[in-house]
Ligand binder design. Structure first.
Ligand code: SF4
Ligand code: SF4
Length: 223
């Protein structure tokens, strides 16, 4: 899933302080799972905004809504009236959803309440960890299923740098395992250690974000 964190309250409040009619719009998918922008978080932010407005003597109407996904146009139908009503929409989706909301309602000011972080998984309750960087050409098969791009701080494809110490990454030994230690250990477990001797060719980064905005077209699925 795409993970995100809510921006600091002060930053959010500053962005929408001039909105007299504000819609706080949550997203029921990834950001609900990572507890950043679902129904509950919308309600909490709305309460905090109302309180802050009252304290500052500002008059503003605040509506709350959460739709299934903000990255699919069809779900906006449910809240079209609220969006049209609002001076500004405070999107609690990832950056994709926030942008898509603005595209679906041209001329509407949509501001992000979240900072979008990474593609991750739930390690345990309340902890999400990065596992993929969306490189566009997956090489997991060559590395025992451990991603060298997302899990090595330097995205090295041909072995560790000189900073790997006791299985930890020199970038932040307190927090980060060395991705290459993980790759080595997994390949050993799989009995595939010898395959790490192969020199990986230069990666074509244009298949991912470095190639400009991506696009996937499935002819068999288009109407
Ligand atoms: S190799 Fe690329 S697509 Fe595969 S997990 Fe890593 S970043 Fe994601
Ligand atoms: S210490 Fe390991 S994870 Fe960190 S940058 Fe070097 S090889 Fe990559």
């Amino acid at each position: 899933m795409i993970t995100a964190e809510r921006k600091p309250f002060g930053e959010i409040a500053d962005m929408v302080q001039d909105a007299k009619k504000l819609l706080i719009l949550g997203c029921g998918s990834c950001v609900t799972v990572c507890m950043a922008g679902g129904e509950k978080e919308v309600a909490m932010l709305a309460s905090a905004m109302r309180l802050a407005n009252r304290k500052a003597g500002r008059k503003a109407d605040i509506r709350e809504a959460t739709i299934e996904r903000q990255c699919d146009r069809e779900w906006f139908d449910k809240v079209a009236e609220d969006i049209e009503w609002a001076d500004a929409v405070l999107s609690m989706a990832c950056g994709v959803g926030a942008q898509f909301c603005g595209e679906a309602f041209e001329g509407k000011r949509v501001v992000p309440a979240l900072n979008t972080k990474f593609y991750g998984a739930t390690e345990r309750q309340g902890v999400w960890v990065e596992r993929c960087a969306g490189c566009g050409k997956c090489v997991l098969a060559d590395f025992g299923g451990v991603c060298p791009i997302a899990r090595c701080s330097k995205s090295l494809l041909n072995g560790p740098c000189g900073g790997s110490q006791d299985g930890k990454c020199e970038v932040d030994p307190d927090r980060l395992d060395c991705g290459w230690q993980l790759i080595h250990d997994r390949m050993k477990l799989l009995g595939l250690l010898d395959r790490l001797e192969a020199v990986q060719p230069l990666k074509d980064w244009s298949a991912g974000g470095d190639g400009g905005p991506g696009r996937i077209v499935r002819e068999d699925a288009t109407l």
